[in-house]
Design a protein around this ligand. Structure first.
Ligand SMILES: *[C@@H]1O[C@H](CO)[C@@H](O)[C@H](O)[C@H]1NC(C)=O
Ligand SMILES: *[C@@H]1O[C@H](CO)[C@@H](O)[C@H](O)[C@H]1NC(C)=O
Ligand SMILES: *[C@@H]1O[C@H](CO)[C@@H](O)[C@H](O)[C@H]1NC(C)=O
Length: 255
């Protein structure tokens, strides 16, 4: 009987987590479940300034797109200017990063559930095109900050993010020695730095000319396809899982 017990424990250990995990099946043309996103992507003719590339299909509203161009937007009460004024050449990258985050319907393959008070989902390791990451870093090298992970650790007592005690304002370059350190570190691995070039169909572009269409659609399709190919063997897993109740009974010696 001992082997039956062992087999039963193994079966339980295998099936329990599989049954609980909620697998996101819709990877294309979706909006994440976060603070300001719409439930579904759709046209937004009046998107503001740097967010206009997403006009045809967007997860952000017009007011979100306007708000995120402000220095301390009410979306998050987050200020770029926590170590003095951020240079405009640098700031435009943060605005673009925000437009991508709030507006893009092409981030589905990288959406993950999170246990945070202010959102249910986040993005993780979105493969950013090399040029977009490098230009961001180049244009921000000479601006100032006091932290290398902007997701956590701020002093929020004033209502706006302030540098926490025992940190020092230094150049971006001091906190982010390389483009990858910036793109991957700043939002806690929301992005992954890649060697893929813009237009390769293998990396997400923060910047694009909408006259040529949205290049990130193809990229999302590629990675969703790769994801689904990886899921194929799970067909067998599902078959085995559907047989699990019978296996349990058998292992319990009831049949
Ligand atoms: C931002 O601050 C304003 C005023 O201090 C407040 O009314 C608002 O709720 C805050 N927003 C967030 C997202 O915390
Ligand atoms: C989420 O975090 C809270 C507080 O840290 C915790 O009480 C809760 O059990 C967590 N929920 C999940 C699903 O992990
Ligand atoms: C947070 O900032 C306030 C002033 O806004 C200051 O009094 C307090 O000591 C700071 N706390 C930490 C932990 O840095």
């Amino acid at each position: 009987m001992a082997w039956r017990l062992i087999a039963l424990v193994l079966l339980l250990a295998w099936t329990a987590p599989t049954c609980r995990a909620r697998v996101r099946t819709d990877l294309l043309n979706v909006c994440m479940d976060a603070k300001h996103h719409k439930a579904k992507p759709g046209p937004e003719d009046k998107l503001h300034a740097q967010c206009t590339p997403w006009r045809k299909k967007a997860c952000c509203t017009v007011s979100t797109s306007q708000e995120l161009h402000k220095d301390t937007s009410r979306l998050y009460n987050f200020t770029w200017d926590h170590c003095g004024k951020m240079e405009p050449a640098c700031k435009r990258h943060f605005i673009q990063d925000n437009c991508l985050y709030e507006c893009s319907p092409n981030l589905g393959p990288w959406i993950q559930e999170v246990n945070q008070s202010w959102r249910k989902e986040r993005i993780l390791q979105v493969p950013l095109c090399r040029e977009d990451c490098e230009q961001w870093w180049q244009d921000c090298r000479t601006s100032y900050t006091c932290k290398s992970n902007w997701h956590r650790g701020w002093n929020w007592t004033s209502g706006v993010n302030k540098c926490p005690a025992r940190t020092t304002c230094r150049t971006f370059e001091a906190y982010f020695p390389t483009p990858a350190a910036l793109c991957e570190g700043i939002w806690d691995h929301s992005y992954k730095a890649t060697n893929y070039r813009r237009g390769s169909g293998r990396c997400i572009q923060m910047w694009f000319d909408p006259a040529q269409g949205n290049p990130n659609e193809e990229v999302a399709r590629f990675y969703a396809g790769a994801r689904n190919a990886g899921v194929m063997p799970q067909g067998i897993e599902h078959l085995l899982l559907s047989l699990a109740p019978m296996l349990y009974l058998w292992l319990l010696g009831r049949v």
